[in-house]
Design a protein around this ligand. Structure first.
Ligand code: UDP
Length: 476
């Protein structure tokens, strides 16, 4: 069959919508623009309703073969285990299934490369066995990638905890990283999460190349550092290909969804969209304060509300997208909030069609947890942001967005770690009606234009993906 003669690429996604979504976009592009077939391996451990819906809604493409890896046994993982440990274990335990599946497919078509995300480096061993080039796909910024590549050096240079260093973490050629903004795994070097994290980042240098979901104008400083700084040459850093932004396309089939119909009825750029990604939760005190802040700001809003969690901000990560019963919303919102804001605001439990909302002309601002996909989607649709990071690398993305002047960051209340209602009101007004909001909007337009330039024929991101694709095809 002629189809089978197409070159194949194998892609392995780790758990989490933030990994799955951009890798699927990469797959689609390799199929439609570069004549590949893709074997796409997804995890079914910790799979969510949102994940099933996403996979179900994929266009029927003869080039895209979704292979669901059987769920790993996670019964021995304690419920308090951190995200890095859980993802690390699930990935490791799915290696035998990946290997079997890859060897079975070997006869179906020539697999020319294996692409994994930041938690998939165990699969490098399988690539070595099969003699396949191995590529890393960074689902975050080049700034974060630089930090990850440099972390093994920092680990060696530093005794004790990074938190005790006093000053910010300096990555050659990059913006300094404040200690408080470090991802959680790195804040405790004795933790299991840190060991997993370090395990993966130490292997990044083994990749034959690193694809990163960003582009020059957005991330120029770190991309330059990765190319030019001696510290990165010494690692040695594999070739880095900024091929982004790869984001989900707007699906017109979703038009009938309730919140999009509601948006239709609102004035242009009048609605503040509030969402904390696929895994973010707020504490009960913070949910109440956010509700008061939104109400008092008198802005229209569309809020994806989750059940509060007082223990961890990533509570929904392993149960997101509709798995969890959000319960009775009124129970954790201030008394009377839903009635008082009727018509002005819409509250949606758990999950909403985010790209369609950001692309909608009624949306004027985005209060976001600064997940990298959310960030890219906001920029490409020219929506200025309120940066409200919660966990993972989000705290490093937030200052970058503020520096780029596309976001404002609310100030935490002293003592209780909660952002107060007055502060929420201030930032909501600033983004939605202030001159600063307009300036941020103008800046997002510039970045959006550069995103279009880099991704269209002849643009640098476009050319780089062509280059890698032809290297895979030619086996070089
Ligand atoms: N997303 C969505 N609806 C939701 C929450 C998230 O469509 O209610 C999508 C969002 O558009 C983005 C992805 O899920 O593409 C979340 O990725 P991101 O990197 O922003 O954050 P993460 O969920 O990994 O923390």
């Amino acid at each position: 069959e002629t189809l089978n003669l197409k070159p194949h690429v194998a892609i392995l996604a780790s758990p989490g919508m933030g990994h799955l979504i951009p890798l699927l976009e990469l797959a689609k592009r390799l199929i439609s623009l570069h004549g590949f077939s893709v074997l796409f391996f997804v995890q079914t451990t910790y799979s969510s309703v949102a994940q099933s819906q996403l996979l179900f809604s994929l266009p029927d493409s003869p080039g895209l073969n979704i292979v669901e890896l059987p769920p790993a046994d996670v019964s021995d993982i304690p419920s308090h285990a951190d995200a890095d440990t859980r993802i690390g274990l699930v990935m490791r335990r799915s290696m035998p299934a990946l290997e079997t599946s890859l060897s079975n497919y070997g006869s179906a078509g020539p697999v020319t490369a294996l692409i994994v995300d930041m938690f998939g480096t165990d699969a490098f061993d399988i690539a070595l066995k099969f003699g396949l080039p191995k590529y890393l796909f960074c689902t975050s910024s080049a700034a974060f990638l630089a930090y990850l590549l440099y972390l093994p050096s920092l680990h060696q240079q530093t005794e004790g905890e990074f938190c005790d260093l006093g000053g910010p973490i300096m990555i050659p050629g990059c913006a300094p990283i404040q200690i408080k903004d470090l991802n959680d795994a790195v804040k405790d070097r004795k933790s299991e999460g840190y060991r997993w994290f370090l395990h993966h980042v130490c292997r990044y240098k083994e990749a034959d190349g690193i694809l990163v979901n960003t582009w020059e104008e957005l991330d120029w400083k770190s991309l330059r550092a990765l190319r030019e700084e001696d510290a990165f040459k010494q690692i040695p850093t594999p070739p880095v290909y900024p091929i982004g932004p790869l984001i989900k396309e707007v699906q017109t089939s979703l038009r009938g969804v309730e919140c999009l119909l509601w948006l239709e009825k609102q004035p242009p750029e009048s609605v503040l969209f509030v969402s904390f990604g696929s895994g973010g939760s707020l504490s009960s005190a913070q949910v109440k304060e956010l509700a008061w802040g939104l109400e008092q700001s008198q802005q229209r809003f569309l809020w994806v509300v989750r059940r509060p969690n007082d223990f961890t901000p990533s509570a929904s990560f392993f149960s997101s997208g509709g798995n969890e019963d959000e319960g009775n919303l009124a129970e954790y919102l201030p008394v009377g909030f839903l009635d008082r804001t009727l018509g002005v605001g819409l509250v949606v439990p758990c999950w909403a069609p985010q790209v369609e909302i950001l692309a909608h002309s009624s949306t004027g601002g985005f209060l976001t947890h600064c997940g990298w996909n959310s960030t890219l989607e906001s920029l490409v649709h020219c929506v200025p942001m309120i940066a409200w990071p919660l966990y993972a690398e989000q705290r490093m993305n937030a200052p970058m967005l503020v520096d780029l002047r596309v976001a404002v960051r609310p100030i935490l209340g002293a003592g209780d770690g909660v952002v107060g209602r007055k502060e929420i009101e201030r930032v909501a007004r600033l983004v939605m009606e202030g001159a600063e909001g307009n300036e941020m909007k103008a800046k997002t337009r510039q970045l959006r234009d550069s995103a279009i330039r880099t991704s269209t024929v002849g643009g640098s991101g476009y050319n780089l993906l062509c280059q890698v694709a032809s290297e895979w095809k030619n086996g070089t």
